[in-house]
Design a protein around this ligand. Structure first.
Ligand code: SAM
Length: 348
């Protein structure tokens, strides 16, 4: 029993360590330039951000006038020390409200930034944080990935606009996929592939792959599969993906268990196919809701109505694995594909 508790604590410590990734200013700038018009007269809330170190706070306080913001609110989780990075070692948190430049120098001076203590630890789910959330129009941050589902659910419950960083695999989470399918959440334009570098705390394990220390001793790690998730609209997501390949049966095999054909690369989506197609989840990087409709995901059926069969152990060995995905049958062999989005072209 004690061992179990110890393991659980270790697990929690591990996942909270994984949550300590700090977004670089250049990545924030590259994404935010697509949404300028959305921010005029708005209250922005960064609710997983130590204002003394967060580049989200930095970006919005220095661009407060340029964006025409009404107010910037930032809350910090637990830590109160002036260390470079949060280590969550104090239970009492702080929050901050910035109402723009008063001295006329266009820079947020310390006396213009009101830092105040919170009663609790600054957890985004706490009542105090929720009261601040209610004041906000747009929430922008990189939240703890281990709480991503809960984090998004809270934003949706309070009907907030948001722009947040997450991992591409979150697309397959039941709750997140539902929002994507309903066109209530989509991916931002600035990160489409590759990896991104994030700041990490000083005590981050040195054996991690993609690890770097800069000239000032600050530590960074490269993270794969990063994406922006948002419900703020931007121009590029209404541009059609140019398709050039014609459909043919040999190149686009039909799934054995879904009424759809397999398209293993987004760029190969056939231009002339009217039925349902299974495409990689990274199709969302190119998704224009005016061009395609999302019907479901093969990871779980999601009521797409396209699943045609369930395998049993009597028919096929490892049927459990096969039932999770789209399956291509070649002769007597069953080949399971990766999670696929099931899509269909909208009529021109
Ligand atoms: C991925 S880091 C990003 C930090 C900062 N937003 C940035 O982008 O640089 C997630 C942050 O959320 C904080 N955090 C963890 N659990 C939290 C919670 N329950 N409520 C609010 N913040 C939390 C962590 O301390 C961590 O600093």
């Amino acid at each position: 029993m004690a061992e179990k508790v110890k393991n659980r604590n270790l697990q929690t410590a591990k996942s909270s360590k994984k949550d300590e990734f700090y977004t670089q200013l250049s990545d924030i700038e590259k994404e935010l330039r697509h949404y300028k018009a959305h921010f005029k007269d708005k209250v922005v809330y960064c609710n997983c951000d130590d204002p003394r170190v967060s580049n989200f706070f930095h970006y919005f306080s220095y661009n407060f006038e340029k964006l025409g913001l009404k107010k910037l609110i930032t809350t910090c989780y637990k830590n109160q020390n002036m260390n470079l990075f949060s280590s969550n070692d104090s239970e009492q948190a702080i929050y901050l409200e910035y109402n723009g430049d008063k001295s006329g120098n266009n820079v947020p001076d310390p006396e213009e930034i009101g830092i105040r203590p919170l009663e609790g630890d600054g957890d985004f789910r706490s009542q105090e944080s929720i009261e601040l959330l209610k004041q906000a129009d747009i929430v922008v941050t990189n939240p703890p990935f281990s709480l991503f589902r809960e984090y998004v659910a809270q934003l949706v419950e309070h009907d907030k606009k948001f722009l947040i960083i997450g991992n591409v695999n979150a697309i397959t989470y039941k709750e997140i996929f539902k929002l994507i399918k309903e066109d209530r959440l989509w991916l931002g334009p600035s990160i489409r592939s590759g990896d991104r570098e994030f700041g990490v705390p000083d005590d981050y394990p040195l054996n991690a792959a993609g690890y770097r220390v800069d000239g000032k001793g600050k530590k960074y790690i490269r993270v794969k599969g990063v994406r922006w998730f948002t419900n703020l609209d931007y121009r590029e997501r209404h541009e059609d993906l140019i398709l050039y390949k014609p459909y043919n049966q040999a190149e686009y095999p039909r799934y054995d268990n879904y009424d759809a054909v397999e398209v293993s690369k987004t760029k190969d989506i056939p231009a002339d196919y009217e039925g349902a197609m299974g495409v990689p989840i990274t199709f969302l990087d190119k998704y224009n809701p005016g061009q395609f409709q999302i019907l479901g995901i093969t990871d779980r059926d999601n009521n797409s109505g396209l699943k045609t069969k369930e395998y049993t152990e009597d028919d096929v060995p490892n049927s459990g694995d096969l039932n999770r995905r789209g399956v291509i049958k070649i002769g007597n062999e069953y080949r399971s594909t990766y999670a696929r989005l099931l899509i269909k072209r909208r009529s021109p």
